[in-house]
Design a protein around this ligand. Structure first.
Ligand code: SF3
Length: 545
């Protein structure tokens, strides 16, 4: 999926995110290689051997193929060469481990034996065998759609797992689960039931990933606490940091300490202000702008350098192309890339650019309602529910986007009755986070749990509430309203299904790979509901059951 529009990509010479066909084709080749690597990794694991380099490369490489992450052909050509070398090494290691165990190694064909061409033209010619749609005529759209759900879920899992890994949190269960799905996909599966089971297993793996990421973030930067964040600029030199990677933000804060340069967050970086060890930097001045899809106008107006640490990047415009940097898995041809965590070129750029020339009157939004903060107020929350002051919780979360229909989320939050609480995470929050929600039972009526990366916090809160009320999550006065854009949302969606969470409202449009038959499965077995109108969905959620 190159966008919310469908399994077959967005079509045309460039997708809606700006990715050209050649880059998308190179990504398909890389994914094909990763399937082959997954085949060897699973077999090595079965023989009791682990390969940390392979585990890490798989996560990073999959992350680069998410929508709106990396558009740089040269980086993909390099990664394809690296993947080929890694696969060869794993093949040899597997042969050796099997022989040591007295076994005859399987002779693996297909993706495991794929030899990438040694030229760009040759690689592009190989993309047809590697495409998610390869063999569609023979197996039909339902099989292609289910494979796509697995692959896109896997990409999301890999992205979250990479975020955790850069902060030192890894789990063998994650590497095993990721390799297992790659191995399955390498076999071009056609059994829908089997793939559905594997998708749910992947959802459980993602729960482990989200837990690891939560441990990484809170272990490194402390548990988020409710924090008002300035959303108006302060006079002075400035750097803007977008994306999800807290470690990069931390490195930039360190690099700008005592320089007089202010650091602003953008998009999914807003919740970083809630982490005590990041909030402690007095030059973390505020949040600038809104969600990723508005970046072309917001970055153009920002008077300093911009760093994109993860998704979601869209085509940089000439007005800021010479002052935007990429980091980690992100890439765009011709942009300066920070590969080694040394952000001094960004600091130099900030010194040379004007910065904000005046301080605007302060306005704030509040973030930092992670699991500890919300559960710290659990007694108050439970008391308010029991007393009837809180009638219902709406978790309105997920990815924002530019497609029509997303006003639904604004309308939903704003029309939610005064005796309901709105919990939010992901960049969809910008649709309503400056709205005045007021308080309820002494608590703010709108609680920003954090990034989409903080879905674990939301699940822990839901499970704790269910425990307090001695019921299941599905019996709580809680409705989940999820906005869909790309593969991180697919991973969280699979986790919700795997945990048995029902009645998830999904929109604004359903991903194109969900054929009518697949949608039927989701609706009938998991109670998934495509959104209708805010008014009707709120009324339905509040109707006595
Ligand atoms: Fe999604 Fe880009 Fe915003 Fe993290 S990942 S929420 S769109």
């Amino acid at each position: 999926m190159r966008s919310e529009t469908g399994a077959a990509g967005c079509g045309g010479p460039k997708g809606v995110c700006g990715k050209d066909e050649a880059t998308a084709d190179l990504q398909d080749v890389l994914i094909h290689q990763l399937k082959g690597i997954g085949q060897y990794v699973t077999r090595l694991q079965a023989l009791g051997r682990r390969d940390a380099e392979a585990d890490s490369f798989i996560l990073y490489a999959l992350f680069t193929t998410l929508t709106n992450v990396n558009f740089n052909r040269a980086r993909f050509v390099e990664m394809i060469a690296t993947a080929a070398r890694l696969r060869d090494r794993l093949r040899d290691a597997y042969a050796e481990a099997a022989s040591e165990a007295g076994q005859t190694p399987e002779a693996l064909g297909g993706a495991a034996a794929f030899i990438p061409a040694d030229s760009l033209v040759g690689l592009l010619a190989q993309a047809n065998v590697a495409s998610v749609r390869a063999g569609a005529e023979a197996v039909g759209e339902d099989v292609i759609g289910m494979r796509a759900l697995l692959l896109y879920g896997l990409k999301g899992v890999a992205a979250y797992a990479h975020h955790a890994e850069v902060l030192g949190e890894t789990r063998e269960a994650i590497a095993d689960g990721v390799a297992r799905v790659l191995d399955l996909l390498a076999g071009d599966p056609v059994d829908l039931e089997l793939m559905l089971e594997e998708a749910l297993a992947l959802g459980r793996v993602n729960f482990t990933v989200m837990e690891a990421l939560d441990a990484a973030n809170t272990g490194t930067y402390g548990a988020p606490a409710p924090t008002p964040v300035r959303i108006t600029p302060v006079e002075g030199k400035a750097i803007l940091v977008s994306g999800h990677d807290l470690r990069d933000l931390h490195a930039i804060l360190e690099a700008t300490k005592d320089t007089g340069i202010n650091v602003y967050t953008h998009g999914e970086m807003l919740p970083a202000h809630g982490y005590p060890k990041l909030h402690a930097y007095s030059h973390l001045a505020g949040n600038y702008g809104t969600a990723w899809q508005n970046q072309q106008t917001e970055f153009a107006a920002f008077p300093g350098p911009i760093v994109m640490t993860s998704n979601c990047l869209i085509e940089p415009q000439p007005l800021y192309r010479n002052r935007i940097f990429t980091a980690g898995p992100v890439g765009w041809p011709g942009l300066r890339h920070i590969a080694d965590g040394d952000f001094s070129p960004v600091v130099q750029a900030a010194k040379a650019l004007p910065g904000f020339t005046r301080t605007e009157p302060e306005r704030t939004v509040t973030t930092g309602f992670g699991r500890e903060a919300v559960l710290g107020a659990a007694e108050q929350v439970i008391g308010a529910v029991k007393a009837g002051a809180i009638r219902h919780f709406f978790l309105i979360g997920g990815c924002d986007g530019a497609a029509p229909g997303r006003n639904y989320y604004t309308e939903f939050a704003e029309q939610a009755p005064d005796d309901t609480v709105v919990l939010t995470l992901g960049c969809g929050k910008y649709r309503f986070n400056t709205h005045e929600f007021g308080t309820i039972g002494g608590l703010p009526r709108m609680l920003d749990i954090g990034q989409c990366n903080d879905a674990y916090s939301a699940l822990v809160i839901a499970q704790a509430l269910a425990g307090a009320f001695e019921c299941g999550v599905n019996d709580l006065p809680l409705s989940l309203v999820v906005s869909w854009f790309e593969q991180k949302a697919a991973a969280v969606f699979l986790t919700l299904l795997a945990l048995g969470v029902r009645n998830v409202r999904l929109g604004p449009t359903l991903p194109g790979f969900l054929t009518p038959a697949l949608l039927d499965i989701l609706v009938n077995r998991f109670g998934v509901r495509p959104i209708t109108s805010a008014e009707a969905d709120i009324a339905d959620a509040l109707a006595p059951k």
